[in-house]
Ligand binder design. Structure first.
Ligand SMILES: *Cc1c(COP(=O)(O)O)cnc(C)c1O
Length: 484
């Protein structure tokens, strides 16, 4: 390059000139091994990513000197680091130390081992998904779960779709499109931000007729608005909140009797879909699917991955004529359940044939029902494994606390638990939370009253050692930083 061109340049322009070209980095000896073991397109993506980052740093004044990482060696090192990041799958396992069992952000329910074991065969081979082996002709995918759903719940008929939001949508669309659905003002709930009863109602083409007030709705409120356009009486489980104090709701059985008198079906969106009565385990009574059906609901819908502890799915049970009509709705194709989901759901349901087995083998149920003495012993084990050695940047203590069911189920239920809590000293609780989250595998903990709380209820036995190691490492890292 002619000297004259260089002379008129600003420092920044000079720095830009120092940035090597992609081709030069690509032939760098340190990248040759990496090129042999990674797709070239990904290596190029990493190089472009690093170089773009450097350009931004220069533009925004973070790099003002060519010694700040502009040498080929340090750029190549950054490329390798970025490549490792790009090669990692985005969806990864994390350790749930929050104590929220059905944690929507962390994948809700964990599948039972028997469900997982069957994945390989069904996912990696052909199956009788829609093939009737007895008749040798096309069959229905719903048969794999319909019979067992009927057996467990007493429903006349059943089907499944992608999730409960889809189940509510297709049920409303089938039974009430262009007509009226009566619902109590106390039940117009929002679940997880994007599912709101009034919005789903509008999307289904049904006209919502609100009755009663936020805290009280009476049977006569429903009866007063019934007319020729009324297609459905809807009850919605208020899942994630509860109105307490001066309240009243119409019991499902009364609503069903009213519907019967006028020939109008009643639907209940149960949300969680609980198949076992938890009150036997010292928990607040949650209406079960069986009870809803026995009370006369024409249709009930619920999630597969909340209290049921299975895969994401929407389960629709009820009267044979109503379920048949829903099944024929063309929307069903759009909401269709996948074969892997169906497999996991069938296996989960099979465990419910013996409720004791269900509670032992379905992780969601087992975690909810784990008692305090067992949790306390587990917390002691974790505490024992941590044994900080002279690291004084935080201290560790055992304390009582409460876990939550999550997933909008049993919102008032506090589950007594034992927590391992990290009390900040030189390391703040925020710093500790971030470090645990950046660990591989990431450990998700909650910060409460300026302490990091590790709730053993949702930490699995085999994860205790990993968590303990991560906590110990946090002390060690800080100790060496202090030394430096
Ligand atoms: C969770 C919930 C839904 C949505 O179910 P998804 O399976 O998340 O789609 C709908 N209604 C109620 C009452 C719920 O609690």
């Amino acid at each position: 390059m002619p000297q004259g061109v260089f002379k008129g340049m600003t420092d920044r322009q000079r720095l830009f000139r120092q940035i090597p070209g992609v081709d030069r980095l690509l032939i760098h000896p340190a990248l040759q091994d990496v090129l042999a073991s990674h797709p070239k397109a990904l290596v190029l993506k990493a190089i472009h990513g690093v170089l773009d980052g450097i350009r931004t740093d220069i533009k925004e004044g973070r790099i003002t000197d060519q010694d700040q990482g502009l040498a080929d060696e340090s750029l190549v090192a950054r490329v390798i680091e970025m490549l490792a990041q790009l090669s990692r799958p985005s969806l990864q396992s994390v350790i749930n130390a929050t104590g929220v069992v059905v944690h929507t952000n962390l994948g809700r329910s964990i599948l039972a081992e028997t469900a997982i074991l069957r994945f390989r065969a069904i996912a990696g081979g052909y199956s009788n998904l829609e093939y009737d082996l007895g008749q040798g002709r096309r069959g229905s995918r719903y048969v794999h779960v319909e019979e067992i759903l009927r057996e467990l719940t007493g429903a006349e008929a059943g089907m499944v779709v992608n999730n409960n939001a889809g189940a509510v949508l297709i049920a409303l669309e089938t039974m009430a499109k262009g007509r009226e659905v009566v619902v109590s003002r106390g039940q117009l709930v929002e679940i997880g931000g994007s599912f709101r009863i009034p919005d789903v109602m509008r999307k289904s083409g049904a006209k919502m007729v609100e009755v009663g007030t936020t805290n009280k709705t009476h049977l006569r409120d429903y009866e007063e608005v019934i007319g020729p356009e009324t297609a459905l009486l809807l009850k919605v489980h208020t899942s994630n909140f509860q109105v307490v104090g001066f309240t009243s709701e119409v019991p499902l059985s009364d609503l069903a009797a009213l519907g019967d008198r006028y020939g109008i079906p009643v639907m209940e969106d149960l949300g969680s879909g609980c198949l076992v009565d938890f009150s036997g385990y010292g928990l607040i009574k949650e209406p079960t699917v069986q009870e809803a059906l026995a009370s006369g609901a024409g249709v009930v819908t619920f999630s597969g991955d909340k209290l049921l502890g299975g895969p994401q799915a929407g389960i629709i049970l009820g009267r044979a004529d109503l379920v048949a009509a829903i099944r024929k709705n063309p929307l069903n194709r759009a909401l269709r359940i996948d074969k892997l989901t169906l497999l996991a759901l069938e296996e989960t349901l099979r465990l419910y044939r013996d409720p004791r087995i269900a509670i032992q083998q379905i992780p969601t149920l087992r975690m909810i029902c784990e008692d305090y003495p067992s949790l306390s012993a587990k917390a002691e084990r974790l505490y024992g494994l941590i044994h900080l050695s002279g690291a004084d940047c935080f201290s560790v203590q055992l304390t009582d606390g409460a876990s939550r069911v999550g997933g909008g189920a049993l919102p008032l239920q506090k589950l007594k638990t034992r927590l391992v809590c990290l009390i900040p000293d030189r390391l703040s609780s925020q710093e500790m939370e971030v470090r645990l989250r950046s660990h591989s595998p990431p450990i998700i903990a909650r910060v409460e009253r300026d302490r990091v709380m590790l709730d053993v209820r949702t930490i699995r036995e085999r994860e205790l050692e990993i968590v303990a190691r991560a906590v110990r490492a946090m002390g060690a890292v800080r100790a060496s930083e202090k030394g430096a």
